[in-house]
Design a protein around this ligand. Structure first.
Ligand code: MLT
Length: 313
């Protein structure tokens, strides 16, 4: 089996593939679409992260492809229907990076609330200023979690440790699960109305695109904080920028954008906004998570080859 890897994947996590004499791996990072179309026909398996778009256009060239393995949770960069209609199986790694994403959420939330990035830049520029970087505590603030799944649930537990009041909305989570996490399940409207900090943890799909839009920003508390370590498109970026510019939103911490890397003026303006702190889609970028997801998808490919049932398909 010939396996093509098109995004950065932990080498250590690929051991199950490297140990298997039936498998040959080729790593080709940063390929232009035309180059990828030209070579992909030779491969039986494709391993990606979010950097490779596996759409109709690519699948048309995948004459030998049997399995697409997404080393991560989100499969929004893979056209699963188009793959399935060609008999290509799509697998992912639904658990390996969820802790990493939850920790990154807390990291950017705390950095924003305590002005860490600006204070760091100021001190390194030789200044010694304290008053301009006075922050706010998480304790006693109401955190509204949109999406109480594997990442959102972990964020809830961590937020409770910081003595926050946690409310959440998620149509797919039972009140019992929320109760176990010590979280009150409410409507999205209540999150928008009552939260001091709103954090999103849902996949990108038809149900979630623009799930925070201008109407929601209008209904939020003045000085609300928005955190997005999930997917860019789930917050309407034009409405987000307007709410930052009007002062409705006090600050925001974003790890994800509708375009990665950013191209349009809108996304560039959002990133450049002084009260916005940003990271380039690092939620899952820990050594632990990258190893975990690489191991998970590697094992799936070996299982496929052995004709065994797959874990994540
Ligand atoms: C995911 O969906 O698992 C993440 O966005 C991780 C990634 O692609 O780096």
């Amino acid at each position: 089996m010939k396996v093509l890897i098109t995004d950065e994947i932990s080498q250590e996590g690929l051991q199950p593939l490297l140990d298997d004499p039936r498998i040959e791996i080729e790593v080709r990072l940063g390929l232009a679409p035309e180059e990828l179309y030209r070579i992909v026909g030779r491969f039986d398996a494709l391993i990606t992260r979010s950097g490779t778009t596996v759409d109709e256009a690519l699948l048309e060239h995948c004459r030998n492809l049997k399995i697409v393995a997404r080393a991560g949770v989100g499969i929004d960069n893979v056209d699963v229907d188009a793959a399935s209609s060609r008999g290509i199986i799509v697998v992912n790694a639904p658990y390996g990076n969820v802790n990493s994403a939850a920790e990154h959420t807390m990291a950017v939330m705390l950095s924003l609330c305590r002005n860490v990035p600006v204070a760091n830049t100021s001190l390194k520029q030789g200044e010694w200023q304290r008053a301009p970087f006075t922050g706010c505590e998480l304790k006693d603030k109401t955190l509204g979690i949109i999406g109480l799944g594997k990442v959102g649930g972990r964020v809830a537990l961590r937020a409770k440790a910081f003595e926050m009041n946690v409310i959440a909305c998620d149509p797919y989570i039972s009140p019992k699960r929320a109760e176990d996490l010590g979280v009150k399940l409410v409507s999205k409207e209540d999150i928008v109305r009552y939260a001091d900090i709103i954090t999103l943890h849902c996949p990108r799909n038809e149900e979630t695109i623009d799930m925070l839009n201008a109407r929601h920003f209008d209904a939020m508390k003045d000085g609300v904080i928005i955190v997005n370590v999930a997917r860019g498109e789930i917050v309407n970026e034009a409405a987000m920028l307007a709410a930052m510019q009007s002062g409705k939103v006090r600050g925001a911490a974003f790890d994800v954008f509708s375009e990665e890397p950013p191209r349009s003026d809108l996304v560039k303006q959002l990133i450049a906004h002084p009260r916005m702190i940003v990271t380039p889609h690092l939620g899952a970028n820990t050594f632990e998570a990258q190893k975990n997801v690489a191991v998970d998808v590697s094992k799936e490919i070996v299982r496929y080859l052995d004709g065994q049932p797959l874990d994540s398909a």
